[in-house]
Design a protein around this ligand. Structure first.
Ligand code: ATP
Ligand code: MG
Ligand code: MG
Ligand code: MG
Length: 477
């Protein structure tokens, strides 16, 4: 089943159940405190808080998302992309748990021939918050086997923002890839074997006295209870397409194949190269979509994230022995895989490709320049009888030439040298402090890069979280 077909079936299913279908919002969220749209819920926050009345009681959409939080997972797990599409259905004070569970069950289990996604009930597991008997019973009612319903704690199955305001239990649906992928104990035990496909959040309670994400007092039931769901389109696609992972679906694989061809690698032959090929396929697609939504490479904010994705791509290709320009081939491959769902990547391709190709050329020059400096430093270090490249050199390369530290480490290693990492880290730390002080001065701009967070200040209600509080700067270093 093509990804576009799953996309269509999802929207048709909810349209038939009186949901208003809305187009995806931009990857650049309206919220100045969020770098990107990181989940389907982001555009709906005003309606979910009830502060702004929803113009429709129920909606469904396919939302483009970027999660740089997951960048280190990309290529290593089967299920994480930096760009992905979240299928979502929402109820703003309309239907609640029983219907949300029934809809998810029906869409997943209705046979393909009858318009559903044709999953086998035996492959699915369901988690509920340990005290949420209502959700547990709804799963039983629709026909889930009690052997495959797990009750879990607040850390995985409770949604709150970490602030006073709305909160509530959630219930997640997992696909079991089978014993070849891990032990037989359900989603609580293994996230490689059990792939999370859909998260149903039940916004049910008003909370106060919030000491931590998990320590708060429930004031009572919310006057307007909401449903917020998110399902990973690419995850469903990789399962339905019977391929091994996210990067092998029809919207991503052509880039992976093109990269393998250019590098003269056979996908599947070597683990490290496989990870690199998957990283390339993911990052090229994310960059295509980001530039499509108006981001351009730069040294801070959104542009910096894009720059990192582009440079990581160049670097992954370089590690496979390719040091010439490859974006013209990779971006056209990604465009062709994505234009069915997003025709604008084709109509706007001249602009998109210009930005990407220019960045590749600049970075290739940077690499060439930095490599000369590094070679000299290596020679000097050796001549002085030392075994360690100074932190200053590594920092200079990073700061002036945009040379990633892992590249410095690797080239030094090839020359039989270590790098004074502690000194480098101290210099980086000092630089970060300076940048922080700077950012404070520039108040009001994309200030706090907390992922999932700082949704919006609406009256008294401050949304500052969803499920994770790792900051972008921690992730990106
Ligand atoms: P995981 O635990 O696998 O990282 P999550 O709990 O972080 O997923 P949610 O925040 O609940 O994910 O998002 C809802 C759905 O979006 C998930 O059930 C999954 O199907 C999908 N999803 C989340 N992150 C990604 C990603 N990086 N790439 C692809 N799909 C994703
Ligand atoms: Mg996650
Ligand atoms: Mg999860
Ligand atoms: Mg989840």
């Amino acid at each position: 089943m093509l990804t576009s077909e799953i996309h269509r079936r999802f929207l048709d299913f909810f349209a038939q159940r009186d949901h208003t279908i809305v187009p995806s919002a931009s990857l650049i969220s309206d919220d100045p405190s969020l770098l990107f749209t990181i989940a389907g819920m982001v555009p709906w926050v005003p309606y979910l808080t009830g502060v702004v009345p929803a113009p429709y009681p129920r909606v469904a959409d396919v939302q483009k998302c970027i999660r740089t939080l997951d960048i280190e997972e990309v290529g290593k797990t089967p299920r994480h992309g930096t760009f992905f599409q979240m299928l979502g259905n929402w109820s703003f004070g309309d239907y609640f748990k029983a219907e949300a569970i029934r809809y998810a069950w029906d869409l997943l289990l209705t046979p393909e021939s009858a318009g559903g996604l044709g999953f086998d009930e035996k492959d699915l597991w369901f988690t509920v918050y340990e005290e949420d008997d209502e959700a547990y019973n709804e799963w039983l009612k629709v026909g889930a086997s009690p052997a495959r319903i797990q009750r879990l704690g607040k850390d995985t199955n409770y949604w709150s923002t970490g602030q006073p305001g709305p909160a509530g239990p959630c219930s997640e649906i997992f696909f079991d890839r089978g014993p070849a992928y891990g032990v037989d104990g359900g989603p609580a035990t293994d996230d490689d074997r059990y792939v999370e496909i859909w998260n149903l959040v039940f916004m049910q309670y008003l909370i106060k006295d919030v000491k931590s994400k998990y320590d708060f007092t429930v004031v009572g039931e919310l006057p307007q209870k909401n449903i917020d769901t998110g399902a990973g389109l690419e995850r469903i696609a990789f399962i339905k397409q019977g391929v091994g992972n996210f990067y092998e679906i029809d919207q991503v694989r052509p880039v992976l194949d093109r990269a393998a061809e250019i590098a003269g690698k056979r996908y599947g032959a070597n683990h490290e190269d496989d990870v690199r090929l998957r990283v390339v396929s993911d990052h090229v697609r994310s960059s295509l979509m980001l530039i499509g939504d108006g981001v351009t490479p730069s040294n801070d904010g959104r542009g910096y994230i894009l720059r990192r994705l582009l440079r990581r791509t160049v670097r992954a290709m370089r590690l496979m022995g390719v040091d010439t320009a490859v974006f013209p081939e990779l971006f056209t491959a990604s465009r062709d895989a994505m234009k069915g769902a997003y025709p604008e990547v084709e109509t706007d391709f001249a602009r998109i490709s210009h930005a990407a190709y220019a960045e590749e050329e600049t970075f290739l020059r940077t690499l060439a320049g930095g490599t000369t400096i590094l070679d000299t430093a290596v020679a000097d270090t050796k001549a002085a009888g030392k075994t360690q490249l100074s932190g200053d050199t590594a920092f200079l390369l990073h700061d002036t030439w945009g040379f990633p530290i892992d590249l410095t480490l690797e080239i030094a290693d090839e020359a039989g040298l270590k790098v004074d990492r502690a000194a480098f880290d101290t210099l980086m730390q000092e630089q970060r402090q300076r940048a922080k002080a700077d950012a404070k001065a520039k108040k009001g701009q994309i200030a706090d890069l907390t992922v999932y967070s700082q949704f919006r200040t609406l009256g008294e209600t401050v949304f500052t979280g969803y499920t994770d509080f790792t900051t972008e700067s921690e992730v990106l270093g």
